[in-house]
Design a binder for this molecule. Sequence first.
Ligand SMILES: [Cu+2]
Length: 70
Amino acid sequence: MKETRLKVPDMSCGHCVATVQRSLETLEGVESVDVSLETKVVIVRAIQELEAYDLLETVRETGFTPKVDG
Ligand SMILES: [Cu+2]
């Protein structure tokens, strides 16, 4: 299981969380997406190594501004 942490500072409510979560869950190989509205951290767990670029692009397409966390 590979884990990638993103930060999406411009999420401001539950709708933002749901939008980001749903977009990432559509990616192949993604097992789970945990989002904290409080810390703005998104943890993506996948069965294989995912390109951070693909994750960032997927979130960007929903209108948010993600970056890799840590
Ligand atoms: Cu919102």
